[in-house]
Design a protein around this ligand. Structure first.
Ligand code: B12
Length: 270
């Protein structure tokens, strides 16, 4: 499917060095895909930036889907996080892993945009909650949504709850996605949920969903963080960019079935 004309990758994202997939039959043999993805994983975990970027480029050229490559990144960065916890890497390792991911997105973005569905799907506000500056996962979720026709207002990182609220009231989004990776940032998330619920006085507030916590360490840590977020009154929890996309499509479908659009009448917070 062709992307809608409104969905354009940002300038300098590598469209000029397009990675055209090989013609059918000349690409990677399916049985070799796991091996190649594992090679990429090893390069990322070894923080070999040049090697990893070359491998991403090769994989795209061989017709491997950007979704598979993104999943490989998620796993590899989780592995780096565990190595950081075991003190095998320091913060510099986290920074470099983030840079490898950022550079790779320049190669992946054009393909993601091409695979997107097109058409305007809805308006989503995204941001990383106050105190947290992790942004890679949020950015990927944002690329996915934009590629599939959503208008995304990205508030950036370290966003105070009152800034979220101001934007929500001004823009009346279909949903609000909050990124949270640090356990220490549950308190500002709680303030945000409280502020939104208080302001809307029980009227239909845009649903709040939270993502990113899955990166917050091995299994039980992320499960606990998800549970805590749910207990704070968050409407949905997403595990990855694919779930984010499906959830937003569903929320917009649900909303378009409700008519007329609810007017919140929110004098209290304007
Ligand atoms: C890269 C990284 C950093 C980079 C971030 C660079 C950047 N520009 O984002 C830097 C170096 C800045 C960093 C700093 C720190 N980090 Co750090 N970091 C990581 C690391 C290695 C990878 C995170 C990541 O980007 N993953 C790749 C993305 C693609 O995966 P993802 O986040 O899961 O995203 C997917 C989904 O979760 C979802 N998603 C993600 N976010 C969002 C958001 C929304 C809205 C939606 C809808 C979906 C969504 O979609 C994505 C795609 O599918 C993790 C380890 C790990 N386990 O992953 C630690 C980790 C998150 N960091 C950690 C820590 C402790 C820190 C520091 C405190 C270290 C320090 N001592 O300074 C600081 C905190 C700074 C701050 N105030 O925020 C801990 C957090 C522990 C905890 N439970 O609190 C982790 C888990 C490492 C560890 N195991 O100890 N970090």
């Amino acid at each position: 499917m062709k992307p809608s004309p409104q969905i354009q990758p940002p300038p300098g994202w590598g469209l000029e060095q397009e990675n055209k997939p090989s013609p059918p039959g000349q690409g990677l043999k399916p049985e070799n895909k796991p091996l190649k993805l594992d090679k990429l994983r090893k390069l990322i975990v070894a923080l070999n930036e040049v090697g990893a970027l070359r491998e991403v480029s090769d994989l795209l050229h061989d017709g491997v889907s950007p979704h598979d490559i993104l999943q490989c990144f998620q796993l590899s960065l989780a592995e780096i996080g565990e190595m950081y916890q075991r003190r095998e890497y320091y913060v510099a390792g986290l920074i470099l892993s983030g840079e490898i991911m950022r550079q790779s997105m320049r190669l992946l973005m054009p393909r993601l945009v091409r695979e997107g569905g097109g058409g305007r799907s809805g308006l989503i506000i995204l941001g990383t909650i106050e105190g947290d500056i992790h942004e890679l996962g949020k950015n990927i979720a944002s690329y996915f949504l934009e590629a599939y026709g959503f208008e995304v207002v990205d508030l950036g990182v370290d966003v105070p709850p009152r800034v979220f609220l101001k934007e929500i009231l001004q823009r009346e989004p279909d949903a609000v996605g909050v990124s949270l990776l640090l356990t220490s940032c549950l308190a500002p998330l709680k303030r945000l949920v409280h502020l939104v619920h208080e302001t809307y006085h029980g009227r239909a507030a845009p649903p709040i969903f939270v993502g990113g916590f899955l990166a917050a360490g091995p299994g039980e840590n992320s499960a606990a963080l998800a549970e805590a977020a749910r207990a704070l009154g968050v409407d949905h929890i997403v595990r990855d960019a694919f779930e984010t996309l499906n959830l937003c499509l569903q929320l917009v479908r649900d909303r378009s079935e409700e008519s007329p659009k609810t007017e919140p009448g929110l004098e209290a917070a304007s």
